[in-house]
Design a protein around this ligand. Structure first.
Ligand code: CA
Length: 249
């Protein structure tokens, strides 16, 4: 495992702003290496966490590992078609709400109708610009987020995700942006152990190269902030593995 030493001070304001949004995970299923590289890089810059798959079977493995918030799905793949995968995934409980944007070189109206009929949320025709793609992604995610509550509440802790404010027993607490994201991740992923590496992926994003002990530093800060409020014990160290957030002790 390579570690790159980058401190947060090196982030541009745009990157910091992107990081402050809740990190969304996008699965990119595309067999053309150059497109994968371009899209992956551009979306990484936007603060998304990207998983890549070059064919259908790798995509299935990626999904089993980490459920994506959105899927970019190429039409023609070496081992299957995007349409086939789209139909299969939209029948799965875990994925039927996950927005899917089809990427395709085909321009025939017929294919577009097939894709949309099968549950694709949007459609983008190659060649596309990164700007166009990110705009579509934002629109699709926003549409999906409409029904999602912008508040997360666990026990006495409440996060207002729109205002980026945290409260314990209705009293505001001052969290730094990383502590806020970390707490948001924990509160939305309760009772499961995450390794430092997984937390780096989810909270910092895969394109941010930070050493593992950075996680510990921020955990310590978060615990310190929560301690006077008796909530610090919700962040539990799981020896030899990582951290868990739980109301149970
Ligand atoms: Ca292809």
């Amino acid at each position: 495992m390579q570690n790159y030493y980058v401190t947060e001070q090196h982030f541009s304001q745009d990157q910091t702003q992107a990081l402050c949004m809740s990190t969304k995970r996008i699965l990119l299923v595309e067999d053309e290496h150059s497109i994968r590289e371009m899209v992956s890089f551009a979306l990484g810059q936007e603060g998304y966490v990207i998983d890549e798959a070059e064919n259908g079977s790798t995509a299935e493995l990626q999904i089993a590992d980490n459920l994506p918030d959105l899927i970019l799905l190429d039409w023609m793949l070496p081992d299957t078609t995007g349409l086939e995968l789209l139909r299969r995934w939209k029948r799965k409980d875990a994925l039927k709400e996950t927005p899917i944007i089809m990427l395709t070189a085909r321009v025939e109206e017929r294919d577009k109708i097939d894709g949309l009929d099968s549950g694709a949320d949007d459609y983008i025709t190659k060649p596309f610009s990164v700007k166009e793609l990110t705009a579509r992604i934002r629109a699709v995610l926003r549409r999906g987020a409409g029904s999602v509550d912008s508040e997360v509440i666990v026990g006495p802790i409440k996060l207002d995700l729109d205002a980026h404010r945290a409260y314990v027993n209705e009293a505001p607490i001052n969290l730094g942006p990383t502590e806020f994201r970390l707490l948001e991740f924990f509160m939305t992923h309760m009772d499961r152990v995450y390794s430092r590496n997984q937390l780096l992926d989810y909270v910092w994003g895969r394109n941010m190269y930070v050493e593992e002990r950075t996680v510990d530093v921020h955990i310590v800060r978060l615990r310190k902030l929560l301690k006077p409020l008796n909530c610090d014990q919700m962040i539990q160290t799981v020896r030899g593995y990582g951290y868990r957030f739980s109301e149970k002790t």
